[in-house]
Design a protein around this ligand. Structure first.
Ligand code: ATP
Ligand code: F6P
Ligand code: MG
Length: 343
């Protein structure tokens, strides 16, 4: 019986457990495969820290948020213990024939490098940001949009009661997908995304026109949004474990500027990690399960270096190289369509 390892790496994301369950069930029931899970992303791979993924270990987990394996931003090449030789030894000792890395662009870049160093790797894309070019949708995005939409709806009732301008800041890194979907769904009066810088004058014009209709303005802003005079997305929270600036806080910058210019009392809410927590939507569970089953098929074929992707309604296989280095941004036509209704 072939034996494979699964790891979840990078930020967590609703739907990860559905992938793990889908792979284990497909492996057990369709192919002659068994699975172990590496704990805490690449850290478990480097240190051989595993959890057995029997059928009973994955029972009922699709509806659970987070990942039963734990995750981290630990790099597989981290000194002093990482690197391909150490990992090859771990795989040999544990009799693991290949590794499924579930993660975002960074995790896939690391998987691609490991593949080049002779480690049999395959991948499953995940991110709430929906910003991977190789796949039409990532699981986790739908859940984040639902949570963000519900939050925007809630801000509207308190905003309406006080006639305040409410600013809701959403995640998404350098892509505005979550903001676009939640903004449209909640009927926001402006949606501000990294792909389309807007001036403060323009934002305040939209706010004023809402106020003139005696309505309370709701502004949805993506964390990566920049005003025209900003060279980078706002960050005052230091760096993450992989030395990238942690985004967040642009909503708090905008709120007092809007209040000062328009005279409307303005409040900012930064939704943060709530967007990544809790039960996945049905859509994310289905996509996760299908990705999990498909990756078991990829393993059965020994099709190393492939990542599964959603194209239309079909699950396809794409090379790692297609998955890394290309951010999928919100198309400007899509933005312009929504913008026509701002204000
Ligand atoms: N080019 C690379 N070579 C080797 N290791 C890498 C590379 N890129 C990323 N990694 C490692 O993979 C880890 C996971 O990547 P990252 O932190 O970008 O998360 P991700 O998988 O992209 O998920 P997300 O960004 O959605 O949270 C990084 O923290 C880093 O340790
Ligand atoms: O969990 P961390 O390290 O704070 O990272 C937050 C980032 O991760 C994401 O939630 C997913 O990539 C982004 O939207 C956000 O900028
Ligand atoms: Mg990433």
């Amino acid at each position: 019986m072939a034996r494979y390892g699964i790891l979840t790496s990078g930020g967590d994301c609703p739907g990860l457990n559905a992938v793990i369950r889908g792979a284990v069930l497909q492996g057990n029931m369709v192919h002659d495969q068994e699975f172990v899970g590496f704990r805490d992303g690449y850290k478990g791979l480097v240190y051989g820290d595993i959890k057995l993924l029997t059928r009973s270990a994955v029972r009922g987990i699709s509806s659970r948020g987070g990942t039963i394996l734990g995750t981290s931003r630990f790099g597989p090449y981290s000194e002093p213990d990482g690197g391909p030789d150490a990992i090859k030894n771990v795989l040999e000792e544990l009799e693991v024939d290949g590794v499924v890395a579930i993660g975002g662009d960074g995790t896939m870049a690391a998987a691609n490098r490991l593949l080049g160093d002779g480690i049999p790797m395959v991948g499953v894309p995940k991110t709430i940001d929906n910003d991977l070019e190789a796949t039409d949708y990532t699981f986790g995005f739908s859940t984040a949009v639902e949570i963000a939409t519900e939050s925007a709806d809630r801000l509207r009732t308190t905003g309406d009661s006080h006639m305040r301008c409410m600013v809701l800041e959403l995640m998404g890194r350098h892509a505005g997908w979550i903001a676009m979907y939640a903004g449209i769904a909640s009927g926001a009066h402006a949606i501000l995304i990294p792909e389309a810088p807007e001036s403060l004058d323009q934002i305040c014009q939209w706010v004023e026109s809402v106020k003139d209709r005696r309505r309370a303005p709701l502004i949805v802003v993506a964390e990566g949004f920049t005003l025209p005079d900003m060279t980078d997305a706002f960050s005052d929270r230091g760096l993450d474990e992989f030395n990238r600036p942690r985004l967040g806080g642009i909503g708090e910058i905008l709120a007092p500027l809007i209040e000062e210019r328009t005279g409307i009392t303005t409040r900012a809410t930064v939704l943060g990690h709530i967007q990544r927590g809790g039960v996945p939507t049905g859509f994310d569970r289905v996509l996760g399960t299908r990705f999990g089953q498909a990756i078991s098929d990829v393993l059965a074929d020994g099709d190393w270096g492939k990542m599964v992707a959603l194209r239309g309604t079909a699950i396809e296989r794409v090379p790692f190289a297609d998955a890394v280095g290309h951010t999928k941004n919100v198309p400007l036509d899509f933005y312009r369509g929504a913008r026509a209704l701002f204000g």
